[in-house]
Design a protein around this ligand. Structure first.
Ligand SMILES: Cc1ncc(COP(=O)(O)O)c(C=O)c1O
Length: 383
């Protein structure tokens, strides 16, 4: 400060002196700064040496670099599965009676809600001694569970075989192969046919002694959503939601999260978003299977209710056409910045309907379940 005053206030005769003093001051400041910078480094080094950590000095990259066995306890990628954001929409629910909030399951590390169950089933099977690294896991999958298993399983030393129905996108097949999984394609056959992808996976498991992860009936599937997805939604929404809307592939996410949320508040509506052509809607409404037809949305709907779908929990069903699902998916991608796949459009289309009805009674949460990158080859995304 004194130097600054002298610099600005001094005449010509004092300039040499001033420069010298300013130089001294800068040197002093620089040394103090350097001291501040190196002190924690030196302290850290001492602590690490005392703790017997490896301290390596390398030349050629700055004065030295400390390559350390970290004191920071970072997670591995499978440890950051879950805890996805709950976000509000900016545009699509404008003018509706209630807001729609979206649980971003597509932001899981493997790009879908299925990471949760892949991790849960694998951990449980390991803990119970059913599998060990080197074994082969096999699953009947629309693609996403296969990616979850690949994410968690391959890095732990398992082989992964995925049986996909023919109708699933080429992108999913290619991605699975690139990840290192083996892909078997089953014809688009009904559940009572031996060629159906689920029956084919069970047969291959039996014949080869592979571990069938059984997402359609394994209790760890709804359980993980009961213990993670449900509580996350409850916490993130501060208990203010009036309805939960999701599609059903295995039924695990809707049943697990729905059960948890209803236990917190029995008035919360559990709403099934079902593709037009799936028979789940009629089964939930009347106990009868009808309305069978082709549909293009992948990963949800069925001709029979899977074991993991708790039909008793469901209060309402919304049937959504392919056209509407894909239109809403494109809107989510282009207007909301939510880079999701087709079944997310089904869930949000159904959620928007719920949000337009006053009797719903509050905000509506929709599960968006997978990422757009597995549909690049699909016409609905390109159009
Ligand atoms: C794309 C997609 N969306 C939604 C779901 C539904 O998830 P869940 O199996 O929990 O019913 C699935 C499941 O197969 C899926 O693949």
């Amino acid at each position: 400060m004194a130097a600054a005053v002298m610099m600005t206030g001094g005449g010509h005769s004092g300039q040499g002196q001033n420069r010298k003093q300013t130089g001294e001051l800068l040197k002093h400041k620089y040394l103090r700064c350097f001291e501040c910078f190196t002190k924690p480094l030196r302290a850290a080094k001492v602590v690490r040496c005392r703790l017997n950590f490896v301290v390596t000095f390398r030349s050629g990259f700055g004065p030295f670099k400390v390559a350390h066995k970290s004191l920071v306890n970072l997670p591995t990628i499978d440890e950051v599965i879950g805890n996805t954001p709950l976000v509000r929409l900016r545009h699509l629910d404008r003018g509706l009676r209630w807001p729609v909030w979206v649980k971003c399951e597509h932001l899981n590390p493997g790009g879908s809600v299925k990471d949760r169950l892949a991790l849960a089933i694998l951990n449980e099977a390991e803990q119970q001694g059913h599998i060990k690294p080197g074994d082969t896991l096999i699953e009947a999958t629309a693609g996403n569970t296969g990616m979850g298993l690949a994410l968690v399983g391959l890095s732990r030393g398992y082989q992964v075989v995925c049986v996909l129905p023919e109708k699933m996108s080429v992108d999913k097949r290619e991605a699975l192969k690139m990840l290192g999984a083996r892909v078997v394609i089953a014809p688009n056959a009904p559940l009572d046919s031996p060629d159906n992808f689920r029956n084919m996976a069970a047969r291959l498991a039996e014949e080869n002694g592979w571990f069938l992860t059984q997402q359609f009936s394994h209790p760890a599937n709804p359980r993980i959503h009961y213990h993670t997805t449900g509580p996350e939604i409850w916490r993130q929404s501060q208990g203010q939601l009036a309805a939960l809307v999701a599609g059903s592939g295995t039924g695990g996410s809707l049943s697990g999260a729905g059960r948890y949320l209803k236990q917190q508040n029995p008035d919360i509506l559990v709403v099934l978003a079902d593709p037009l052509g799936s028979q789940l809607a009629s089964y939930v409404r009347s106990g009868e299977y009808s309305g069978d037809g082709p549909y293009l949305v992948e990963g949800i709907g069925s001709s029979r209710a899977p074991d993991n779908l708790d039909v008793q929990l469901i209060d309402q069903v919304e049937s959504v056409s392919d056209e509407e699902s894909f239109q809403v998916s494109r809107d989510l991608i282009r207007k909301e910045g939510l880079w999701v796949g087709g079944s997310s459009g089904t869930a949000v289309a159904a959620a928007l309907r719920c949000a337009s009805r006053p009797e719903t009674g509050g905000p509506v949460v929709a599960l968006v379940t997978d990422s757009w990158d597995r549909y690049f080859s699909r016409e609905w995304l390109r159009s």
